[in-house]
Design a protein around this ligand. Structure first.
Ligand SMILES: [Zn+2]
Length: 179
């Protein structure tokens, strides 16, 4: 496709905003966020914008399932206290009144999971390895919070498995222009 054709194709779309960073973007994803992801894999994905009330322990469970579904019981032992949370550099991190790393271990993917002791969690950001799913949990009162972001069908299943009532979430499918 020459540049002119590409340009015309893009002009047909109404200006949207990037589902990942919120900047104005044609086709609902900006060039920067697109460059950080595998376009061929993204084309095969079904994405949803999700938002709704989720409890902190439910979101923590979702992260543990997402990290290591097949080793969940082992993983849960590492985080068996309420104030222990997983962090993975560049992928999963939390904002809290205080934070300290009390241990770490390697998972199947070769990533290092830090065991973080945290007091008063304000926010947790989760990115899947593919970066297709990006979900943020923000506290509204104590352990009650709002989760929002972009999820794949796989992530929706993990949210469900974490005990989150999917029917109570606002879920809308996203169409990306990746041609
Ligand atoms: Zn973006």
């Amino acid at each position: 496709m020459n540049n002119e054709g590409k340009y015309k194709g893009r002009m047909k779309l109404t200006d949207g905003i990037c589902i990942y960073c919120g900047r104005l973007a044609d086709g609902n994803i900006c060039d920067k966020c697109l460059s950080e992801r595998n376009i061929e894999r993204l084309k095969k994905e079904v994405l949803f914008k999700v938002e709704g009330r989720v409890k902190l322990n439910e979101f923590k469970k979702f992260i543990l399932i997402s990290i290591a579904r097949h080793n969940l019981s082992v993983l849960e032992q590492h985080f068996n206290q309420r104030n222990l949370y997983p962090e993975i550099s560049g992928r999963i991190w939390l904002n809290a009144n205080s934070k300290s790393v009390v241990g770490s271990f390697e998972i199947h993917s070769g990533e290092i999971v830090d065991i973080v002791k945290a007091d008063v969690v304000h926010q947790i950001t989760y990115k899947s390895r593919s970066k297709h799913t990006v979900l943020k949990w923000k506290a509204i009162y104590k352990s009650e919070g709002i989760m929002s972001g972009v999820a794949t069908t796989h992530a929706l299943k993990n949210l469900y498995d974490a005990g989150i009532d999917i029917n109570k979430l606002k879920i809308e499918s996203v169409k990306l222009d990746l041609t």
